[in-house]
Design a protein around this ligand. Structure first.
Ligand code: ZZB
Length: 258
């Protein structure tokens, strides 16, 4: 599976994370790194998700930068030449996902470039980096989680101001209009992020509709089809140093042999 790793620079740590990180990363800039299959949607990022029960590491990528992701992802990166020296994993510290919540980060290419890290129940520690960038306009999982968090901020232990950005229209589809994910969520009558079966179906529908029939509403490739824009946005992000190619070798082999 060939993902795009999105680099989201930390602007302000949550108080809990600040305590843990203090003195441990040297002069490195720290980024949360999210794996995505949809770089063309990055204009519509409104927040970022972590799993509260997941353990993350802060890994030195080189002398200047450190990435927040799972150990598993850092190991994959080390063997893909993303970390220098190649193959070497230098974990500066370990941190609980719950402590990262509330951190303010920079979402590259986003129309609202400053977003917050929030909790999501369905983050898998075994996929991508364990950090998920949220695009509620086009990802049903993201829209439903944002809806849940907005309904009960106290329950999720978050500040209501962290969920204030509404879904941003970035892609138009003939069947669902400018906000594909919210419309599909409504049609399938999905009520909560716990409705994982229907959410998987919604994701499948949204992927297909966006990829085959979507048109860009914003950005440098406005008016172009998603099929044409996807690679161009990815290349532009990589050229500007805010993204990189990240592959999941084991997952690829398994899905091929299944
Ligand atoms: C932004 C985005 C925008 C995404 C969208 C999807 C959509 P897949 O196909 O199963 O490989 N993701 C990445 N890592 C994780 C994780 N550890 N746990 C849970 N979700 C994760 O799924 C890849 C997508 O799942 C990634 O692409 C990421 O969300 C999320 F408009 O990034 B995506 C219709 C989907 N639309």
């Amino acid at each position: 599976q060939e993902y795009t790793g999105i680099k989201m620079e930390v602007l302000k740590w949550s108080p809990d994370a600040a305590k843990e990180i203090e003195g441990k990363v040297g002069s490195r800039k720290v980024f949360l790194v999210a794996a995505t299959l949809r770089p063309e949607t990055m204009y519509g990022q409104t927040n970022c998700f972590v799993g509260t029960a997941i353990k993350y590491g802060v890994f030195a990528i080189n002398d200047k930068e450190a990435y927040v992701c799972t150990y598993r992802a850092a190991r994959n990166m080390a063997f893909q030449g993303i970390i220098t020296p190649r193959g070497e994993i230098n974990q500066l510290l370990e941190i609980d996902g719950s402590k990262i919540v509330g951190t303010k980060i920079k979402a590259p290419f986003a129309i609202y470039p400053e977003v917050y890290v929030l909790p999501m129940e369905n983050v898998l520690a075994t996929k991508g980096t364990g950090v998920v960038t949220s695009v509620p306009s086009d990802s049903p999982d993201d829209f439903q989680t944002l809806t849940d968090l907005r309904k009960k901020p106290e329950f999720y232990n978050i500040d209501a101001s962290w969920v204030s950005i509404d879904p941003v229209p970035v892609i138009s589809t003939p069947t669902y209009g400018d906000l594909t994910a919210p419309v599909i969520i409504k049609q399938l009558k999905i009520q909560s992020q716990k409705d994982t079966k229907q959410l998987a179906e919604a994701k499948e529908i949204a992927y297909k509709e966006g990829f085959y029939n979507g048109t860009m509403l914003v950005g440098d490739f406005k008016g172009e089809s998603v099929q044409d824009a996807k690679g161009k946005v990815r290349t532009a992000m990589i050229e500007q140093g805010v993204a990189f190619a990240y592959a999941e070798p084991e997952g690829f082999v398994l899905s091929r042999s299944a």
